[in-house]
Write a protein that binds this ligand. Structure first.
Ligand SMILES: O=c1[nH]cnc2c1ncn2[C@H]1C[C@H](O)[C@@H](COP(=O)(O)OP(=O)(O)O)O1
Length: 258
C-alpha cells in the first residue's frame, strides 16, 4: 500500500558542512553556475518606535518560494558569456527592484564573499552597498515598480536589527525565518563586515543562529578574508580554491538549494 505523503513537507537541512569559501578571482573565472545577491543598507540614527536604536536599515526580500533572501539571482547567462558577475548582478537588480543603475550600480568594490555549494553545483557571490537614508527609502518605493515585483519578488523588507524587552522578538525572531541558500550566513557576514554589528553584538544571538559547525567556520573565514582584503593583506586560500576551480564542474543548471 502506498504511503500518503504529508500535507506539508519539512525543509531539508542546508548542507553547511559542504559549502566552501572561494576568493573573488576563482569565483569570477570558474565554469560553475553563478548567483550574485546584494545587501543594500543605510546607517541610521532613527529609532524603532522612537525608542530602540536600529543601527541600520538593511534590505532583504520575500521571495516567491516563501523564503527570505537578498535581491539578485543566477547570473551565468550563456547568451552573454563574457558578462562580469557585477553586470549579471546589476541586470538582476534592475529586474527585481528597478534599481537605478545611474546611481546604485554594483561594482567589484562592493564584493564581500563567495561560497561554493557542491550539492547545487552553484557559486553564491555576495555584495554589499551602503546608501543614504533618503536613497534607501527611494529604492524601497521604486522596488514596487519592478518588472519582477509580484513574481520572483513579493516585496522588500527591512531586517529588524533590535531586540524587544522579551529578549526574543525583533532580530532573534527574524533569524528563525526560513532563508534561501546561504542568505542567513550572508546576513551575519554582511552585518559584521559592514561594521553594523560587532562580533560581541552578534554573540548575543548565538542561540538562534544555525548550529552546524560548518556555518560558524564559514562565517569566521568570510570575516577574516574580507578584512585581509580591505587592509591589502590578502591571504591565499590556494588549496581550497584550486580544488573547486580544477574540479571540471560543468554549466549544468544548478539543483535547487534550500
Ligand atoms: O539571498 C540569497 N543568498 C544566497 N543564496 C541565495 C539567495 N537567494 C537565493 N539563493 C540561492 C538559492 C537558489 O537556488 C539560488 C538561485 O537564486 P535565485 O535568487 O532564486 O535566482 P533566480 O531567480 O533563479 O535567477 O541561490
Amino acid at each position: 500500500m502506498s504511503k500518503v505523503p504529508p500535507a506539508v513537507a519539512a525543509a531539508p537541512d542546508f548542507p553547511w558542512g559542504q559549502v566552501q569559501q572561494l576568493n573573488y578571482q576563482d569565483a569570477n573565472t570558474g565554469t560553475i553556475v553563478q548567483a550574485c545577491h546584494a545587501m543594500i543598507y543605510a546607517r541610521t540614527n532613527a529609532k524603532f518606535v522612537s525608542q530602540l536604536p536600529c543601527k541600520a536599515w538593511v534590505m532583504m526580500q520575500m521571495r516567491f518560494d516563501g523564503k527570505l533572501g537578498f535581491p539578485g539571482g543566477i547570473v551565468s547567462d550563456l547568451a552573454v558569456p563574457d558578462a562580469t558577475l557585477e553586470e549579471g548582478l546589476n541586470r538582476e537588480l534592475e529586474e527585481e527592484m528597478a534599481l537605478d543603475m545611474s546611481r546604485f550600480a554594483f561594482n567589484s568594490s562592493h564584493y564581500v564573499v563567495s561560497h561554493y555549494c557542491p550539492r547545487a553545483n552553484l557559486i553564491l557571490n555576495f555584495y554589499a552597498q551602503e546608501v543614504s537614508e533618503q536613497a534607501f527609502k527611494e529604492i524601497e518605493l521604486n522596488a514596487l515598480k519592478a518588472e519582477e515585483y509580484g513574481h520572483e519578488s513579493l516585496g522588500v523588507i527591512r531586517i529588524p536589527l533590535y531586540t524587544l524587552d522579551d529578549g526574543h522578538n525583533g532580530f532573534p525572531a527574524f533569524l528563525q525565518n526560513q532563508f534561501a541558500g546561504t542568505s542567513v550566513l550572508q546576513v551575519v557576514i554582511g552585518l559584521v563586515t559592514q561594521e553594523i554589528f560587532t562580533l560581541d553584538d552578534l554573540s548575543a544571538f548565538s542561540a538562534v543562529l544555525p548550529k552546524h559547525h560548518g556555518y560558524k567556520r564559514l562565517f569566521e573565514d568570510a570575516v577574516r578574508s574580507y578584512k585581509e582584503r580591505k587592509s591589502g593583506n590578502v591571504a591565499e586560500h590556494v588549496e581550497q580554491n584550486d580544488k573547486v576551480a580544477n574540479s571540471g564542474q560543468s554549466f549544468d543548471r544548478p539543483q535547487t538549494v534550500q
